[in-house]
Design a protein around this ligand. Structure first.
Ligand code: ZN
Ligand code: ZN
Ligand code: ZN
Ligand code: ZN
Length: 551
């Protein structure tokens, strides 16, 4: 197959389909996509709410619960434990396939009628307003695995103790307001750091201790703004900077941001990997246009947060040995097409929230089932015949969205059927839009609530005052364990609400997009794909020039 240029149905920009892509589509028996990679990623992200939690009632038991679904969202929401029990049967919502209506319309009808769990959680102990796996004594932690005595960890955090305000971290303790940190402790306002401790404002450092405001250091201690000090001088200098005051840390941040621009940045954060393009890639190979990929991920393209999966295109969040997937989200299963939350199992098509199932098509909320279509049971033979007819029907009678975009077999679910508004989802985190932009393209926008906070003791007004696009809570409280933590770490009180803080952290990261550029080291002709766009102020180097100068 030849390379082909197509025009994206959604953004109307041209995009390229490579010969390798066609081979993949052939293998997966899906048609070539009609949306560009960026729009496909946005479409998947618009189905995932990682951080907005609401109080509502369980529609089965009447219990007060928290949920990722807003109280006014028109769905039946059950508390997770009840949802998983035998007290109700998702097969009761089964129905015949209707060849007079598009598949996605029928899917949406099932999706809207069937109960959904309030959130995904397992082994969560004494944790208010939190969900995820293995959480203990947490406050407002979402989508994390293994957190203790922590708060404001929205995603994805693995193994954190005594941490507040992190975005993307693993194996950390006593860390605060940091992004992409691993195997570290005692870090405040740090980014892209591994094996560092007891430091402030570090960027791209490895194995550093007691450093402040440093960029690109390896195996150092007692450095301030990349200058070496004796232990005594270091302590005196830090006292002068007084980072425990809001003004002190603000001045230091300004100086640190200037310093960041003076040092070369590596074109991409790629380590121990072969034949890959993208950013934040570790121990992986043959991955193209992938972001946040690790744990021996292989042969993936257009992926985001892939941890140990292979042979898939267009996945947002895949892990645990997922294989052969296309245009899907939150999966650990094999041979998955156009699905969201497929944990365990195989041969899963256009299904939502299904666990350890195989050979299911257009199903919602099933566990341990085989040969089902729209939650109705068939024999193996009936299933195989029916699925062939449905796939043909999806080509003959595609779903046409309100903007005229057509959806056929293989496409992820349309955004208008998402239970969330654009700004409740991770789409707003990674592809931020204003309210006007969102409404103009026909997506939903949710106004933030609780505008009527009384600013009293323990309640603070957010400096953004709801004027940003970060779903600002306008006011916030400092919980007792947070106050204790801030004191212990010598930190001033924050002046932004948790949502605005999270948005500021994500803004520190490069976009999930690649541009072709040349190395900026004078004389070097090396070219690369990088998440640093051409108009950015950073000095961007190829790997060898960067290693010569920094590592
Ligand atoms: Zn597009
Ligand atoms: Zn705010
Ligand atoms: Zn804000
Ligand atoms: Zn170079």
């Amino acid at each position: 197959m030849q390379q082909e240029t197509k025009n994206c149905q959604n953004c109307k920009k041209d995009f390229t389909i490579e010969p390798d892509d066609f081979a993949f589509y052939e293998k997966m028996k899906v048609p070539a996509p009609t949306w560009c990679p960026d729009c496909r990623m946005m479409r998947r992200m618009m189905w995932r709410n990682d951080r907005m939690l609401y109080k509502r009632k369980c529609d089965a038991t009447g219990a007060d619960i928290i949920s990722i679904f807003a109280p006014d969202a028109p769905y039946k929401i059950y508390e997770a434990e009840y949802w998983r029990s035998d007290a109700w049967d998702p097969m009761d919502y089964g129905r015949d396939y209707d060849f007079s209506a598009p598949f996605f319309v029928q899917f949406n009808k099932l999706f809207t009628e069937i109960p959904h769990p309030n959130l995904v959680q397992k082994n969560v102990v004494n944790s208010e307003f939190s969900y995820g796996l293995n959480l203990k004594n947490c406050y407002w932690v979402g989508g994390s695995d293994g957190a203790e005595d922590s708060a404001y960890l929205f995603s994805p955090i693995l193994q954190a103790r005594n941490c507040f305000d992190l975005h993307s971290a693993g194996d950390v303790e006593y860390c605060y307001d940091s992004v992409d940190i691993e195997k570290s402790s005692g870090l405040r306002f740090c980014q892209n750091c591994v094996a560092c401790s007891d430091s402030w404002l570090l960027y791209d450092c490895r194995n550093c201790t007691s450093c402040f405001g440093c960029v690109g250091l390896r195996n150092k201690n007692f450095h301030i703004f990349n200058k070496s000090y004796s232990r005594e001088e270091y302590i005196k200098e830090i006292e002068k900077i007084s980072p425990s005051t809001f003004e002190g840390i603000l001045r230091a941040k300004e100086k640190f941001n200037e310093l960041k621009l003076k040092f070369p940045h590596k074109f991409a954060n790629i380590q121990k990997s072969e034949n890959v393009t993208g950013d934040d890639i570790l121990n992986s190979k043959d991955c193209k246009y992938c972001f946040n990929v690790k744990n021996d991920t292989q042969n993936c393209k257009y992926g985001f947060r892939i941890l140990g999966a292979k042979d898939g295109h267009d996945a947002t969040i895949a892990w645990g040995g997922a294989e052969q997937f296309y245009d899907s989200e939150s999966i650990t299963a094999s041979r998955v097409v156009g699905s969201y939350v497929a944990w365990g199992g195989f041969d899963i098509f256009h299904s939502y929230d299904c666990y350890d199932c195989n050979n299911i098509f257009g199903c919602v909320g099933l566990r341990n089932k085989s040969y089902c279509v729209l939650n109705k049971q068939y024999t193996k033979r009936e299933y195989e015949e029916l699925v062939q007819k449905i796939i043909a029907h999806m080509y003959e009678m595609p779903y046409v969205d309100p903007k005229g975009s057509t959806y056929k077999y293989g496409d992820f679910f349309p955004p208008e059927f998402s239970p969330f508004s654009y700004n409740e989802t991770i789409a707003q985190d990674y592809l931020p839009k204003t309210k006007e932009e969102v409404l103009k393209v026909g997506f939903k926008w949710r106004e933030s609530e609780n505008k009527q906070y009384k600013i009293t003791e323990g309640i603070y007004e957010c400096e953004h005052k709801g004027k940003c696009n970060d779903h600002c809570a306008t006011a916030f409280r400092i919980v007792p364990q947070e106050l204790q933590f801030l004191k212990k770490m010598g930190l001033p009180l924050p002046r932004l609400c948790p949502f605005c803080r999270q948005a500021e952290r994500i803004r520190l990261k490069n976009p999930l997009h690649l541009w072709y550029r040349q190395c900026m080291k004078p004389g070097c002709q090396n070219e690369f794909e990088t998440s640093y766009s051409l108009d950015r102020p950073e000095i961007v180097y190829c790997e060898s020039c960067y290693n010569n100068e920094v590592a």
